[in-house]
Write a protein of this length. Structure first.
Length: 331
């Protein structure tokens, strides 16, 4: 079966616009029973492309807890192809924290709705080998002992958030749990070598009785046959090709600047070394001048003590008479 590759923003957006599919994917990621999910509007998107290389969708999800109670949370899902500055992720999070619509209803204290950030990365993060990383906050006392009494607390939850990081290049087709099964649709080892817009998935890869995964496959299959969507994927290829070219040029430019900086530093070090040598020479010359001056004073005074006149001393040492007189005044 040939389906569209959801690594592309246009396909991913089309996939997640189906709230049932969004609920399936988010439930697997959060390992929670999500009973309701809706897409929340936001001002920041990459629909115009420009210089933004992060695709973002915000969700409001209702989670059913094991005790039957329900909780509303916000899920900020961000997807990127390329290694992107973390500043952009932080800026998007900052927008969420500032959004007054993210306050719990009937909350007199103005507590914020708990938020979870999900990052689908098209690149690896350092040497972390786990394809999915859960980053959860914890509370400790002064001695480092975990604090659990009174937690969770809406005040704490309003100020901190948990994160889920998915390294798509680390997905290698191994299915060990429900999350592996869901994320397998992003596994780029299944990409068509002749056309990265497509994934090759065996017809019997997902059980026929798994209605949720079959729904995902059908939607990706429809995306693969949509001519407009294929055109948009071509546009994404061109866009990221330009970004990669710019990044390469910037790297080369940065390397040249670094090399020039090294040369300038070497030149600066040489100049400093020459300055130090000149200073040493000047110090030696100054020291020699002082010695000569002391010897001259001793010589003038010795000749004067021997009975010679100022005129005779002047003639003998080749000094003018005023200089001889000045020297004789030195104590």
């Amino acid at each position: 079966m040939i389906v569209a590759n959801p690594i592309y923003d246009v396909v991913f957006k089309y996939l997640m616009e189906d709230t049932r599919i969004a609920r399936t994917i988010l439930s697997a990621l959060l390992k929670e029973d999500i009973v309701k999910v809706e897409v929340r509007p936001h001002e920041y998107t990459n629909s115009k492309r420009e210089n933004i290389s992060v695709f973002r969708i915000d969700f409001a999800a209702t989670i059913r807890k094991p005790d039957g109670t329900e909780q509303l949370i916000l899920i900020e899902l961000q997807k990127t192809w390329l290694p992107t500055e973390t500043l952009r992720f932080r800026q998007y999070l900052g927008v969420q924290y500032e959004n007054k619509n993210n306050i719990i209803e009937d909350s007199k204290e103005g507590f914020a709705i708990p938020m979870i950030a999900v990052y689908l990365l098209g690149h690896k993060v350092g040497d972390i080998e786990e394809p999915v990383l859960y980053v959860r906050h914890a509370s400790f006392d002064y001695n480092g002992k975990p604090v659990t009494k009174g937690l969770p607390d809406p005040f704490i939850d309003s100020l901190t958030h948990e994160s889920i990081i998915v390294q798509i290049p680390r997905l290698h087709g191994q299915i060990n749990n429900r999350l592996d099964e869901v994320l397998s649709i992003f596994d780029q080892t299944r990409a068509n070598h002749n056309n990265q817009h497509e994934l090759n998935i065996a017809d019997d890869f997902f059980p026929e009785d798994d209605a949720e995964m079959q729904r995902i496959l059908r939607r990706l299959l429809m995306a693969a046959t949509d001519s407009d969507m294929r055109m948009d994927m071509n546009v994404e290829d061109e866009y990221f090709s330009i970004i990669e070219k710019q990044d390469t040029e910037l790297m080369i430019h940065a390397q040249k600047i670094a090399e020039q900086s090294v040369l300038l530093k070497k030149q600066d070090d040489k100049l400093k070394e020459q300055d130090e040598k000149l200073k040493e020479q000047n110090d030696k010359l100054k020291e020699q001048d002082e010695k000569m001056s002391k010897m001259l004073i001793r010589s003038v005074k010795a000749l004067m003590a021997s009975g010679m006149t100022i005129e005779q001393i002047s003639q003998n040492l080749g000094l003018d008479m005023k200089s001889v007189s000045d020297i004789l005044q030195v104590e």
